[in-house]
Write a protein that binds this ligand. Structure first.
Ligand code: AMP
Ligand code: MG
Length: 500
C-alpha cells in the first residue's frame, strides 16, 4: 500500500513566503498510535476513500512517521491579542503544516497536524493535544460544517498510549485538519508590530492572490488591500451572525484564533447553548466574560480593528474606518435574516413595518427565553413542527409569557403569508423550510463528555454515534430522540473539565 497522496497533487505554496514566516520542523510521532476515526466526507475532499485510508500507511502518515518526500512540515509564526493584551510572539506551538493537496475540483486544501510535538513556538507547552480536546475539535468542526457554518475541517483523529500531563494524566492524541488556509489575523499582527512592512505586504499579496483574487480586479476600483480588508470584515461579520443564530459560543476569540478566511478555527472551550442566556460564558478562565455570548459580535469588530491596524502600511485610516463601519450593518442584516428564517418569516417583500415587527419579536423572544430558561435548540425545532405553538408552552416557566408572545407571532406570520396569498400548502412548506434551519441535533457539551469518557476507556462507539447525528442535524434520525431533548439534570451546569 503506497503512502497516501500523489506527488503531482501536492504543493507547499506557503513555503514561497520565505523563512521569516515559518520554521521547518519534523513531527514527533505519538507512541502506539491508534486510528480513532476517519471522516469520509473530508476524505472525499482529497479524492480519497475513507475505507481505503483505514490502513497502517495512513496511520503512519498522520502520526508523522512516514511522510511523502514532497511533504516538508513547517510551523508558522504569528502574534495575537489574547484577552485584549498583545502577545508579541506566538505561533504553531503544537501544529505543523504538512502541505496542501489540489483535488480533482482544483481546490487547494492545506493539511495541518495538531498535537504533533514541540515546535520553536511551543513556549512552555509540550506540543501535544490530549484526547478530550481532540475529540471535541474533531466532532465540532464536522457539526459546524453540517450546520452550514464556515469552519476548518478534520480528516482523521489518532489516540495513543503516550502520557500527557495536564491537570491530570491524559493520553496524547492528534488530529489532521484541513483548511484552504490557516492564516490568522495574528500572522499580520506579528510583522506589523515589528515594523516589518515588507512582510505585511508580502503576506497580504499572498492571501489576495490565492484567496481573495477579486480584490485585484474589484469593480469598485478600490485599493486591492482595502478591498481585501473589507471582504474579511464581511466574512467575519457573517461568521459571527451564524454563531449567534445557532447559539454557538467560541470561548477564546483571541486574534490568533481568527481566520483570515472567516472560518471557525481552533476549537477550545466552545459550547452550543442549552437554555438561552445572553451572558453565557463557556470558558472558565474568562473571568470577565470578555467572550460571553452577547459580547462575541462586538469582539469580532474589535479583532478586525486590530487587523486593520496591522494593515495600516497598506490601507489608509479612512479605508480602514469605511470597511469597519460596514461590520455592524453586515452583522445585523445577516443575523436578522437567519433569525427570521428560524421563525419562518420568508417573504422578502415584507414591508418596513412587518420587518420591524419581526425584529421586535426576535429580541422579545430571546428575553423571554432567558427569563424562562428555555432551551434554545429545542424551542426552535418544536416551533418548526407545529404552527399552533401548543407544544411549546411547556418549555416556559411562565406560560403567560409565551401566550402573549405567541399571539404577536401568529399575527406576524399571518401578515407574512398574506403577502403572497398563502395557502395551507404554503404553510406546510414554511414548516419544512424551518426544519432546514432549526437543527434537531446539536452537539451539546454533555454529549461530548459522555463520548470522551467512553473513549478514555477505549470505547469509541459514542464518537461514531454522535458523528452520524451531527453530520445531518436537520434530519429526524429514527430512534435517536433522546439526543434531541433537553440535557439531563446532571449536565445543567456542566463545567468543561477538558484540558487542551
Ligand atoms: P490556543 O488558545 O489553543 O489557540 O493556543 C494559544 C497558543 O498556545 C498557540 O500558539 C498554540 O500553538 C499554543 N499552545 C497551546 N497548547 C500548547 C501545547 N500543549 N504545546 C505547545 N503550544 C501550545
Ligand atoms: Mg489558537
Amino acid at each position: 500500500m503506497p503512502i497516501p497522496f500523489q506527488k503531482q497533487h501536492f504543493s507547499n505554496r506557503f513555503h514561497s513566503l520565505g523563512k521569516e514566516f515559518y520554521t521547518k520542523q519534523a513531527p514527533t510521532p505519538l507512541e502506539k498510535p491508534e486510528l480513532v476515526h476517519i471522516n469520509p466526507t473530508v476524505a472525499q475532499l482529497l479524492d480519497q476513500n475513507a475505507e481505503q485510508l483505514n490502513n497502517p500507511q495512513f496511520k503512519a502518515f498522520i502520526n508523522g512517521q512516514e511522510l511523502p518526500a514532497q511533504c516538508q512540515p513547517i510551523a508558522s509564526i504569528y502574534a495575537g491579542h489574547q484577552f485584549g493584551h498583545f502577545v508579541p510572539q506566538l505561533g504553531d506551538g503544537r501544529a505543523l503544516l504538512l502541505g496542501e493537496i489540489k483535488n480533482s475540483h482544483h481546490e487547494y486544501w492545506e493539511m495541518q497536524l495538531k498535537g504533533s510535538g514541540i515546535t520553536p513556538y511551543s513556549r512552555q507547552g509540550d506540543g501535544r493535544a490530549v484526547l478530550c480536546s481532540t475529540i471535541r475539535e474533531y466532532l465540532c468542526s464536522e457539526a459546524m460544517h453540517a450546520l452550514g457554518i464556515p469552519t476548518t475541517r478534520a480528516l482523521a483523529m489518532l489516540n495513543s498510549e503516550e502520557e500527557v500531563h495536564r491537570e491530570q494524566l491524559e493520553t496524547g492524541a492528534s488530529l489532521l485538519r484541513l483548511s484552504p488556509s490557516f492564516i490568522r489575523f495574528g500572522n499580520f499582527e506579528l510583522f506589523a508590530s515589528r515594523g516589518q512592512v515588507q512582510q505585511v505586504k508580502q503576506l497580504a499579496d499572498f492571501v489576495i492572490k490565492h484567496y481573495y483574487p477579486d480584490s485585484l480586479t474589484n469593480n469598485k476600483q478600490l485599493n486591492p488591500y482595502a478591498h481585501f480588508f473589507s471582504q474579511v470584515v464581511k466574512k467575519t461579520a457573517r461568521l459571527l451572525a451564524h454563531w449567534q443564530a445557532i447559539g454557538f459560543a467560541h470561548g477564546v476569540m483571541n486574534t490568533d484564533n481568527m481566520s483570515i478566511l472567516g472560518l471557525t478555527i481552533d476549537y477550545g472551550p466552545f459550547a452550543f447553548i442549552d437554555h438561552y442566556e445572553h451572558n453565557f460564558i463557556c470558558n472558565h478562565s474568562d473571568y470577565q466574560g470578555r467572550y460571553s455570548l452577547q459580547n462575541q459580535a462586538s469582539i469580532g469588530h474589535w479583532n478586525l480593528a486590530r487587523l486593520a491596524e496591522a494593515l495600516l502600511s497598506l490601507i489608509s485610516i479612512d479605508e480602514a474606518h469605511t470597511a469597519l463601519a460596514d461590520y455592524e450593518v453586515h452583522y445585523s442584516q445577516h443575523y436578522l435574516l437567519l433569525m427570521r428564517e428560524k421563525l419562518g418569516f420568508y417573504h422578502s417583500n415584507a414591508d418596513e413595518q412587518a420587518l420591524e415587527d419581526q425584529e421586535k419579536l426576535i429580541f422579545s423572544l430571546l428575553s423571554l427565553m432567558e427569563n424562562n430558561q428555555v432551551d434554545y435548540t429545542v424551542f426552535f425545532r418544536k416551533l418548526s413542527n407545529s404552527n399552533t405553538g401548543s407544544t411549546l408552552e411547556s418549555l416556559f416557566l411562565n406560560k403567560n409569557d409565551f401566550y402573549s408572545w405567541n399571539k404577536h407571532y401568529t399575527q406576524a406570520l399571518f401578515k407574512d403569508s398574506r403577502a403572497t396569498n398563502d395557502t395551507i400548502k404554503e404553510e406546510e412548506l414554511r414548516l419544512k423550510k424551518m426544519k432546514k434551519v432549526n437543527p434537531k441535533y446539536i452537539l451539546r457539551n454533555y454529549m461530548l463528555e459522555i463520548a470522551i469518557q467512553k473513549a478514555q476507556q477505549g470505547d469509541y462507539s459514542e464518537i461514531n454515534t454522535l458523528f452520524k447525528l451531527i453530520q445531518s442535524p436537520y434530519e429526524e434520525h429514527f430512534n435517536q430522540e433522546h439526543y434531541a431533548g433537553l440535557p439531563p439534570d446532571w449536565a445543567k451546569h456542566i463545567s468543561i473539565s477538558c484540558s487542551s
